[in-house]
Design a protein around this ligand. Structure first.
Ligand SMILES: Nc1nc2c(ncn2[C@@H]2O[C@H](COP(=O)(O)OP(=O)(O)OP(=O)(O)O)[C@@H](O)[C@H]2O)c(=O)[nH]1
Ligand SMILES: [Mg+2]
Length: 281
């Protein structure tokens, strides 16, 4: 479904040079990887780099990623890189590792998105334009603001579960972000540093909830822009029922863990401090 926000975006030349890294975690995404890499690196954003975080996928995604990186870097550039982890460690730790590396390598902005085309890369220039023009800390590609939409193929049950998960976590945590489990975001470097990625403990969907919760707690400027969310094109979901159930009770746990967290305070863990990302880099 065409969305106005998805139309080709004209950015000033200087903005197109912005050092921006797109982090995509992968587990068994062999069929999606070439197409998503081409789509992301084909955006007319010369400052954009792609970082794949693969968890030793049994279907060979990691090797395909290495081959693609060799192809895209063939002229001596560093447009694409791959972070290989030893085994399936979950979405949250994959993002923490990927974002940490992206910042260490000089990114001023970090995009997080899925490999399966649920998040159209065509939105990236517009999201970059919004964060640069507004000075926001984070821009969320949202299904639940006016203009946002879900795949027409989603059953009523899936819609119900998704909206229930949102309502549940928003109510419990007392926050206003509409799409709490959104996985498509662009972050300002300073926001990730202030969060202190070392203080994040969640995996699965709850990772998205924890990050959104911290954004509000820390008083960040958050903008939700509408996206159309497509169902994954090929491959299988990794978010099974146990992951979803775990997310439900973990909302309570993260509310407790970050209970004292406000702007200027350190992470709830004694080992997590402002500037963690730099220390870990
Ligand atoms: N590195 C890594 N990536 C993961 C892991 N689990 C999921 N992913 C990736 O994270 C992204 C989101 O996972 P999905 O399986 O698409 O989850 P979902 O969007 O809720 O489910 P779908 O309905 O199938 O789209 C995809 O790019 C996955 O390949 C993991 O444990 N490690
Ligand atoms: Mg997906």
């Amino acid at each position: 479904m065409p969305q106005p926000f998805n139309q080709p975006t004209q950015l000033p030349d200087a903005w197109r040079q912005t050092p921006l890294t797109v982090v995509i975690p992968t587990f068994n995404e062999a069929e999606n990887l070439a197409a998503i890499s081409e789509a992301v690196l084909g955006l007319h954003l010369p400052g954009l780099r792609l970082l794949i975080v693969d968890d030793n996928s049994p279907d060979g995604t990691g090797q395909i990623a290495d081959e693609l990186a060799a192809h895209f870097n063939r002229n001596g550039g560093a447009r694409m890189s791959v972070l290989h982890r030893v085994g399936k460690g979950g979405l949250g730790t994959a993002y923490v590792a990927g974002m940490t590396q992206a910042l260490a390598e000089g990114a001023e902005f970090v995009v997080q998105m899925d490999a399966d085309f649920s998040h159209s890369p065509d939105y990236i220039p517009a999201m970059l334009g919004v964060i640069l023009s507004t000075g926001a800390d984070v821009v969320i590609g949202s299904r639940y603001v006016p203009g946002g939409s879900l795949d027409e193929g989603w059953s009523w049950w899936r819609r119900f579960l998704s909206s229930w998960a949102n309502l549940y976590s928003r109510t419990l945590l007392g926050i206003r972000v509409r799409d709490m489990t959104a996985g498509f975001k662009i972050w300002r470097k300073s926001a990730l540093l202030e969060i202190g990625l070392g203080s994040i403990r969640s995996n699965g969907y709850i990772f998205q909830v924890e990050m959104a919760f911290l954004c509000e707690r820390l008083g960040f400027r958050i903008i939700e822009v509408p996206i159309h969310f497509e169902d994954r094109r090929i491959g299988q979901s990794k978010m099974d029922i146990p992951v979803k159930l775990e997310s439900a009770w973990r909302v309570w746990e993260l509310a407790w863990r970050h209970r004292g967290r406000r702007r200027g305070t350190e992470g709830a863990f004694p080992d997590a401090k402002e500037g963690d990302v730099l220390r870990n880099a």
